[in-house]
Design a protein around this ligand. Sequence first.
Ligand SMILES: [Zn+2]
Length: 241
Amino acid sequence: MTTPRHSIFQHSTIASLAAGVFDDDLTLQELLGHGSFGLGTFNALDGEMIVLDGVCYQMRSDGSISQPPMSANTPYAMVTNFVPTLRTELKGDLLRKSVNQIISELEPSPNYLYAVRITGEFNWVTTRTVAKQTRPYPPLVEATDGEDVLRFENVKGVLAGFRTPEFQATVSVPGCHVHFIDDERTMGGHVVDYELKSGVAELCIGTDLQLRLPVTKEFMQANLTPEDLMEQLNKAEHSDH
Ligand SMILES: [Zn+2]
């Protein structure tokens, strides 16, 4: 069987966010033209973004969830048109670690990108949500330091995001990066951990990556390769790779 080619669009890099480049001119309108599924954040780091079926939700640190205007801007986002090519049923109170293990075994190779969607019932999900920053912007690791971790119990919803290969660690978030939103679209955020009661995991293999880099002065002058970059990213993103 030939693996079908599938493109994933990414705006800017996680290293750029780490360096405190929190504003760009990419609009949601343009972003959604590249994909109807994905995640990201908003200018000034004003909350977590999740995109499902072409609808973009803004999950703010005050707990509110809204659909932002198409003119809103993003400094970091990753989207694709989700075509589920791999699928597995998940049952039996599985922690994130176990789910990741099952998904890894489903992947034909660790060397591609995967869009991942997990729909189901969760015993609990813990998330955090970035808070709007003001200029001069701090590095990401300072902006996310001391964030509240919220815990949602017995909730139905969807995890949406991407698993990316190690070689892409400073472009995308290292390992698996997913955001959560419940079925009622009233709670969610950047996923820290969870226990799935039962559900379905679907994967969409990404063979092509379109990377859009900012053309701002901030981006041009940012140091995207500080010595402790991986430490910063693991701390800021709660990476589990
Ligand atoms: Zn996130």
